[in-house]
Design a protein around this ligand. Structure first.
Ligand code: 5RP
Length: 223
């Protein structure tokens, strides 16, 4: 069993929650891609479902596999969202956004009756905070927001191919290694109060359950 097998097993376990008639939120990343492929197989076998996607990449993959994907702008409520994570602790506090989709992921999670995280065991931590927290920033406010974030973190502008990485919304990402993340709720509230910060990867109340696979064994957590 390698890490990718564990991602696939966690994804397949979560997909078993999907029922006919559901509107499903599709997460982003390599584990979410396994989930989308598993859903595509079930749709091929007759499952009737609809989806919204948290990124262009996930929407494209889902459509290729025959999944009906709607524009989230037209969808007010989602039954179940299945998404990956970069870190998850026992209280289901989660860091997301290594794939840069955290703002859309947060919107879709908020609209969802239930959100489950799927991850390989390496993402399970005692306490979130080792991974940098991605912060989505309006390009107009880059210098100001960088200055403010630097008061409490080592903030690094995410790059891709020698240029600033841009999210699906055309915004920048600053990956912030916080000097102190012992109170993530306080940090999240502080981030939300900075003009020019559009979103961040701290998911502190959104996640209802998780499927974590380690060495081929899937563990289910519920809030
Ligand atoms: C994207 C995310 C991903 O879900 C997270 O980075 C996990 O990715 P992977 O499954 O590839 O490890 O938050 O914004």
């Amino acid at each position: 069993m390698n890490l990718d097998d564990d991602k696939r097993l966690a994804a397949e376990a979560a997909v078993a929650e999907v029922r006919d008639g559901m509107m499903v939120g599709l997460g982003t990343g390599s584990t979410a891609a396994h989930m989308i492929r598993a859903l595509g197989r079930r749709v091929g076998e007759g499952l009737k479902m609809d989806a919204v996607a948290t990124s262009h990449a996930s929407a494209d993959l889902a459509r290729e596999l025959g999944i009906r994907v709607h524009d989230f702008a037209d969808v007010a409520r989602v039954d179940l969202t299945i998404d990956g994570a970069d870190e998850i602790d026992g209280l289901m506090l989660v860091v997301k956004g290594a794939g840069g989709a955290m703002l859309r992921e947060k919107c879709v999670a908020a609209a969802s009756d239930r959100m489950v995280v799927i991850a390989d065991g390496a993402k399970r931590v005692e306490r979130i905070g080792k991974a940098a927290v991605p912060v989505e920033v309006l390009p107009f406010a880059k210098a100001y927001v960088t200055r403010v974030l630097a008061e409490r973190s080592d903030a690094v502008l995410r790059m891709a191919g020698g240029e600033a990485y841009l999210t699906d919304q055309g915004n920048l990402v600053l990956d912030c290694a916080f000097h102190d993340l012992s109170d993530p709720h306080e940090v999240a509230a502080w981030l939300q109060g900075i003009p020019g910060v559009l979103g961040h990867g701290l998911f502190l109340s959104e996640v209802d359950g998780a499927y974590l696979a380690d060495g081929g064994v899937v563990t289910r957590l519920e809030r």
